[in-house]
Design a protein around this ligand. Structure first.
Ligand SMILES: NC(=O)c1ccc[n+]([C@@H]2O[C@H](COP(=O)([O-])OP(=O)(O)OC[C@H]3O[C@@H](n4cnc5c(N)ncnc54)[C@H](OP(=O)(O)O)[C@@H]3O)[C@@H](O)[C@H]2O)c1
Length: 252
């Protein structure tokens, strides 16, 4: 019940970090893949790395900040490579600044990528699934900041709070079509996005002290939850978030 054989999974931001780790895990569970990001070279490197799984790996470039173009991109993509059964909305960004110093342009970019593009990709996916009379699984990558925050992350926290309630709203709207929508809330995970924090001994010390399991997580730590939510094992689960955070949120 945890296998994904015969399914195709699209992973946004699948060229690096968490997206690449999830793509690897989904392929090992049997899924064919479509990786979407902006950088062609990183996508090609990811495809080479994932070739060892023996699955079909397609790549497609798209700047998901161009939210008006997402529906057209998706239509062209599925006309070219066929339909998609599992959508992993992973691409995301952050800008760290005290709320009163945050540039409005940065807030708008964060909301465009972390919220609007997730909605638009989900909508394109659901429209095709509903028209085809087929079920589907969506897994949104949230964060600890779906339900908590820390200084300097107001825009990111605003966006990830939106992802959590969007997950519940889309799950509710599409349940009758067999489209199940869930989220994963990673804790502190070592990726290119968090490299400046990993390289800061003071911050890494704080992560180790603050996280009950006392370490940074890795993209591989998130695979179990993603495969589970995408698989038949989670066929009666929708509108939920699973935090994969080493116990961070459990502790005062
Ligand atoms: N790392 C953590 O500790 C952590 C914790 C909680 C949640 N998260 C969430 O996990 C997700 C992935 O984070 P990460 O740490 O793996 O990030 P990352 O290492 O920066 O990777 C981001 C991925 O998204 C792609 N991407 C970025 N902007 C894009 C755009 N405008 N259009 C299309 N693709 C874009 C990147 O490729 P290109 O640059 O080539 O486009 C890359 O493949 C994000 O939603 C993040 O908020 C991360």
């Amino acid at each position: 019940m945890f296998r994904l054989d015969g399914k195709t999974a699209l992973v946004t931001g699948g060229s690096k970090g968490i997206g690449l780790g999830l793509a690897q895990g989904l392929a090992e569970a049997g899924a064919d893949l479509v990786l979407v990001a902006r950088g062609q070279a990183d996508l090609e490197t990811a495809r080479e790395k994932l070739a060892e799984t023996g699955r079909r790996i397609e790549i497609a470039t798209c700047d998901l900040l161009q939210t008006d173009e997402i529906d057209g991109f998706y239509q062209e993509l599925i006309a070219d490579i066929g339909s998609i059964d599992i959508l992993i909305n992973n691409a995301g960004m952050t800008v760290r600044a005290p709320a009163h110093e945050l540039a409005m342009a940065d807030l708008q970019k964060i909301l465009a990528l972390n919220v609007t593009s997730v909605f638009a990709m989900s909508q394109a996916f659901a429209r095709e699934r509903i028209a085809a009379g087929q079920p589907g699984k969506i897994v949104n990558i949230g964060s600890l900041m779906c339900s908590a925050t820390r200084p300097g992350t107001s825009a990111y926290t605003t966006s990830k709070g939106g992802v959590l309630l969007m997950t519940k709203a889309l799950a509710t709207d599409w349940a009758s079509h067999g489209i199940l929508v869930n989220a994963i809330g990673p804790g502190y995970i070592e990726t290119p996005l968090t490299k400046p924090l990993v390289d800061d001994p003071e911050f890494t010390g704080w992560v180790q002290e603050r996280t009950p399991l006392a370490r940074w997580g890795t993209p591989a730590d998130l695979v179990g939850a993603a495969v589970f939510l995408a698989s038949p094992a989670a066929d009666f689960i929708t509108g939920q978030i699973i935090y994969v955070d080493g116990g961070w949120l459990a502790r005062f």
